[in-house]
Design a protein around this ligand. Structure first.
Ligand code: UDP
Length: 538
């Protein structure tokens, strides 16, 4: 409805004069192109050249001012996928005076978030690369509120899941193609360019085989804030464990099929004494699927992008991922990584078909659906004989595609057995106590006192006060870790202690300087920071 950018909302003449006089202003966060997001005033876009334009004038600002390093390789990543050479952003520069000779600018009055979607037809990519990063980029900059507008510059059409992108703001997102209909030179009054990567947990294997990101910075809490927002937009309320418990089997209907799905559903229902429901993207609306998953006790699915919907599972639920023959579950872990993010509180189980009899291959399909007929005979034979796809890079490895697009007859007893190893009684949300995971502060007022007995024996008494935040917390177990290091040595002696003081006599030498490091530990694994090192002379 609001696709047309109204010119009446802003004083056109004033806007044009501001652009000519002030030019473009840019201030960015981030030190590298891979972690940079830029805020612009008066960033323009030529729909004919398909280039962004930075206009220089007396008042223009460009921070960072990188000179030609701006092209090495780019100013920033437009998508959340790191350093992908199809996702780079840059602009061309012109003097503001050139505006006299250019098409009349059309001003975009909305605050804009300008970004690239990475693969809008694949649900995993939609959530992981786009929706979560857009949501949290908007959280980072207060003027990117619900009245701001998304601009997708990757050049795709709406794609299969455009309705999901529409939930993120009240204004219709605009695609690169649509910009042409708005004018030849668009000028964004206020815009942000780029996307936060803090919520991403997986790298797809462009430079090294795929796997969890090296430094994951997101926890279940932030994931659930996002899913809560999405569910509110979809008008789905969270039923509080009111109704019956059930299992959801998320099936694929086009490829990578479970061949004995009916048998699987019966077996799950029988084993866990729960209703078991099937859903698929092809047969059910997105909100129907979310409504079901958000109250499910267990989600069972073939490896594939639909499993990203585990995002919506309630805490305590179980994710069961099925892998076709020769696909090692350890090598493909986007959904395992998601389920096991700190605070996600999901149980994750992988099952793999290890029986060649139970797999159906499709060597004659097109290559992108796993066909291998285009390969030479020897290579085809090697692939068919192979028992496991070796680790590989994204995205066109024929052996991987051949194996991942197999259909599978699931061996029910072996599946039930692996689920039972983890899920002992009934699966699903329990009256479990969720450990809140608050960390201790530094111990305070640490002191040491030394005493020397003769020429070879000495003692070191160390004492400290509890961390300041402890007096406001209920903590099951409080312990202290003390490291004693002789000055100049690389090694130290570690101790775990329950009290706030201790006298050390083992291995303590007279007339020596010791460095004493103390930190507090809550509930065995919540390690606090070390207090400032204590220097103790015996
Ligand atoms: N998809 C589906 N049913 C199918 C095949 C695919 O729902 O039978 C969905 C899948 O969940 C993903 C998209 O179609 O969102 C692309 O699937 P593809 O097999 O290419 O990717 P993968 O699931 O392996 O990531």
């Amino acid at each position: 409805q609001s696709q047309e950018l109204s010119r009446v909302q802003i004083d056109y003449h004033a806007a044009l004069q501001a652009l000519v006089e002030d030019g473009t202003r840019m201030v960015c966060t981030g030190r590298m192109h891979t972690d940079r997001i830029c805020r612009f005033e008066s960033l323009c876009y030529s729909t004919e050249a398909e280039e962004f334009v930075f206009f220089h004038s007396n008042a223009s600002v460009m921070l960072p001012n990188l000179g030609s390093r701006r092209f090495q390789p780019a100013l920033l990543d437009l998508s959340s996928v790191e350093d992908h050479n199809t996702q780079y952003f840059n602009f061309v520069e012109l003097p503001a005076a050139a505006l006299k000779f250019m098409p009349k600018p059309v001003f975009v009055p909305d605050v804009a978030l300008i970004t690239n979607r990475f693969n809008p037809d694949n649900l995993m990519h939609v959530f992981h690369d786009d929706l979560l990063p857009i949501f949290y980029t908007m959280q980072q900059f207060p003027d990117l509120d619900l009245e701001s507008r998304l601009f997708f510059m990757e050049g795709w059409s709406e794609g299969l899941h455009f309705d999901l992108y529409k939930l993120l703001s009240n204004k219709q997102p605009l695609l690169r193609e649509q910009l042409k209909t708005l004018g030849r030179l668009l000028c964004f009054t206020k815009s942000y360019v780029g996307l936060s990567k803090v919520t991403t947990w997986y790298q797809y294997g462009f430079v090294q085989p795929q796997g969890p990101k090296a430094n994951i910075l997101v926890s279940g809490n932030e994931i659930r804030h996002f899913t809560k927002f999405m569910m509110e937009k979809l008008n789905i309320s969270l039923e509080e464990s009111a109704s019956e418990e059930y299992i959801v089997v998320f099936s694929r209907t086009i490829n990578r099929l479970i061949l004995n799905e009916a048998e699987l559903i019966l077996a799950l229902a029988q084993e866990f004494q729960m209703k078991t429901i099937t859903v698929s993207i092809e047969d059910h609306s997105f909100s129907h699927i979310v409504r079901l998953i958000s109250n499910a006790s267990m989600l069972v699915s073939m490896h594939g992008a639909q499993l990203v919907m585990s995002l919506f599972l309630p805490r305590g639920a179980t994710v069961v991922e099925l892998f076709p023959y020769a696909i090692n579950p350890e090598h493909y872990t986007p959904y395992k990584t998601l389920s096991t993010l700190p605070g996600m509180d999901l149980q994750y189980i992988a099952w793999q078909n290890t029986d060649r009899e139970n797999t159906v291959t499709f060597p004659d399909r097109p290559w992108d659906q796993g066909g291998i007929a285009h390969l030479d005979k020897a290579e085809q034979e090697r692939i068919i004989k192979s028992k496991e796809v070796p680790r590989h890079l994204c995205c066109r490895n024929p052996e991987w595609l051949f194996r991942v697009y197999q259909d599978t007859k699931v061996d029910i007893p072996s599946l039930i057995q692996v689920i039972r190893q983890t899920v002992k009684s009934k699966p699903g949300p329990k009256k479990q106590k969720w450990t809140s995971g608050l960390y201790p502060g530094k111990v305070r007022d640490a002191k040491c006192q030394a005493s020397v007995q003769g020429t070879s024996e000495a003692k070191l008494s160390v004492s400290w006060q509890i961390p300041w935040n402890l007096k406001y917390l209920k903590v099951r177990e409080v312990k202290y870790e003390v490291w004693i290091q002789e000055q100049g040595e690389n090694t130290y002696m570690p101790y775990i202690l329950s009290h706030q003081n201790h006298t050390f006599s083992e291995n303590i030498k007279p007339f020596t300087i010791y460095l004493v490091w103390i930190r507090c530990i809550f509930n065995k694994n919540l390690l606090g920071p070390f207090a400032d090192v204590l220097l103790c002379s015996t």
